[in-house]
Design a protein around this ligand. Sequence first.
Ligand SMILES: NC(=O)c1ccc[n+]([C@@H]2O[C@H](COP(=O)([O-])OP(=O)(O)OC[C@H]3O[C@@H](n4cnc5c(N)ncnc54)[C@H](OP(=O)(O)O)[C@@H]3O)[C@@H](O)[C@H]2O)c1
Length: 259
Amino acid sequence: MKSLSGSLYWLTGASSGIGYAVAKELAEQNAGIIISSRNAEKMDDKVDALKKLGASSVETVSLDLSDGKFEKKIKDVLKDKKLNGVLLNGGGFPGKKTSEHAFQDFVEGNKIMLAGPAQFLLNILPYMKPHKSSVVAITSTSIKEPIATLDLSSIYRSGLVIFLKNLAHEIGHTGIRINNVAPGATSTEHLEEIIEKTAKKNKTSAKEVRSQWENRSALKRMAKPEEIAKVACFLMSKDASFINGQTIVVDGCSTKSYF
Ligand SMILES: NC(=O)c1ccc[n+]([C@@H]2O[C@H](COP(=O)([O-])OP(=O)(O)OC[C@H]3O[C@@H](n4cnc5c(N)ncnc54)[C@H](OP(=O)(O)O)[C@@H]3O)[C@@H](O)[C@H]2O)c1
């Protein structure tokens, strides 16, 4: 494994699940890591573990990716430091039947899945090393096909993918690459919560709902967070130096579409 000693990555939504798996992967390669999420305690719990894995530095930053107030925070943390990579990851939005959405749902869905991450990226771009840095967003297979009740995920994450593609075209001359990973069902706390809630709502067992998620994939299982993280880290690495503006679906073949 190549050492990323001397490099620095800012990972949003990295205190659990897929984001934390990316942090662990980079820590093992001796990278310096800044992790951010809303809950400071949840991040503090992870600092020692990341250092033990080999991270050359670990910093935590409390930040709500949906509030758009990033400029000063980024400046205070980075000062004159430059980044080698950014992971754009955060929360989803509770599912509803299409006809049940209210105006505020659209506002919140947009803030969490499109406006927030897009604004964060625009604010952090000046701190990225030209020709030596890369952005990876975590989206969802909802950008390819509907997932029951996750309309807002389809709507706003597709918007984010369009924004990322356009930005990749606009700033490609700087050598900064921008890609996105669209995971299928991945075994994280977040999905476990969805499974428990769905089971309660449908008056069935969590086991039954979990097996429905597992059966979506041709491999008949969910992804482990590490399986998504490895792809994100590959896209951030020099080995992916000509991959830019792309969506990589990592779903064990659950989507039905050919392209
Ligand atoms: N798991 C899946 O099956 C799956 C599949 C496709 C797509 N996804 C998407 O992938 C992303 C990560 O999923 P996951 O399963 O790894 O979730 P997770 O385990 O719940 O982790 C989400 C991370 O994002 C942080 N976060 C949530 N809302 C945030 C906000 N507004 N601002 C900043 N940080 C925020 C959380 O920390 P705090 O709560 O402390 O902020 C946590 O660190 C989500 O957007 C999810 O919708 C997941």
